[in-house]
Design a protein around this ligand. Structure first.
Ligand code: CP
Length: 309
């Protein structure tokens, strides 16, 4: 398997590429939970460039690097950096390339990570670009499905904000490599963008579309719930009209398969009732942990360290 350089999207990844990262992540789990110490990344520096808020992506990359013996260089808030003086993303990237060995970038503009990669001499990892892609979330989502359910013959519901939810966009393409049956559940206003639906059709994926979770809840192996992305709505009135329409409660899942798992990239707002957390279906906090071994595997790939695992 050749080393990866930038990680911008997983759209063109093959099943072999996904499986390779999932296998590396499995080997790294004891390091991720602190059972085994590692110094694989000693002397390496990861830059964190977050132009939008984040808890999990930022901190799980940070803990992944620290547990592998590497170090972190955090740009901090946009207000505290020279971006506030008007410095361009291209110049920021050119400079950070002189300071670090790899960089993780989150940016509100779709396409920002691809653009950054064109100015960078170090690997750029897309930590989410607007309503575009979130490839490292997709990899940890696949890993969660593998660990908590199964990737073969998977029947999954992707629910919530399918229009603006970048985790959904990336995950759809990845699931197409596993021949999953995908049930798209959203209010009509938040359907999957046409360009992605067309791509999935070309890949001959088995898809159903509904606006009612109850249509599919009894048959799915995994229910992947997402937050309505308030910050991406051009019209706040449109957000208000759809925000209450998707909410999972204990009552709704009582006839689900006993081993059905509920995932969510988090943060959740109101779309999963906290009463669901104590059920055996809830897998979203495990999912947040799996971000650590998966991001360790990603760092090893982009920095050419996988042979040392
Ligand atoms: N899932 C995810 O990307 O979470 P954060 O926004 O907290 O990074």
């Amino acid at each position: 398997m050749r080393p990866m350089h930038h990680i911008i999207s997983t759209k063109e990844y093959t099943r072999e590429m996904f499986d390779n990262i999932l296998e590396l992540a499995e080997k790294l789990e004891p390091v991720a939970c602190g059972e085994i110490k590692s110094e694989i990344m000693a002397g390496k520096i990861l830059a964190l460039l977050f132009f939008e808020p984040s808890t999990r992506t930022r901190m799980s990359f940070e803990v992944a690097m620290l547990r592998l013996g590497g170090q972190i260089l955090n740009m901090g808030s946009v207000e505290a950096s020279s971006i506030a003086k008007g410095e361009s993303l291209a110049d920021t990237i050119r400079v950070i390339s002189q300071y670090a060995d790899a960089a993780i970038l989150r940016h509100p503009r779709e396409g920002a990570a691809l653009m950054a990669s064109e100015y960078s001499s170090i690997p750029i990892i897309n930590g989410g670009d607007g309503a575009g892609h979130h490839p490292t979330q997709t990899l940890l989502d696949l890993y969660t499905i593998k660990r908590e359910s199964h990737l073969d013959n998977l029947n999954i519901a992707l629910a919530g904000d399918l229009k603006y939810g970048r985790t959904i966009h990336s995950l759809c393409y990845a699931l197409s490599r596993y021949d999953a049956k995908i049930n798209l559940v959203s209010p009509p206003e938040l359907r999957l963008p046409d360009r992605i639906a067309e791509d999935l059709k070309m890949r001959k994926i088995d898809i159903t579309i509904t606006d009612n979770l109850e249509d599919v809840i009894e048959e799915v192996d995994v229910l992947y719930m997402t937050r309505i992305q308030k910050e991406r709505f051009p019209d706040p009135a449109e957000f208000t009209s759809v925000s209450a329409s998707m909410r999972i409660t204990r009552e709704m899942i009582q006839n689900a398969k006993p081993d059905m798992k509920i995932m969510h990239p988090l943060p959740r707002i109101s779309e999963i009732d906290p009463d669901v957390d104590a059920t055996p279906h809830a897998a979203y906090f495990e999912q947040a942990f799996y971000g650590v071994p998966v991001r360790m595997a990603i760092l090893c790939k982009v920095l050419g360290m996988e042979d040392k695992i």
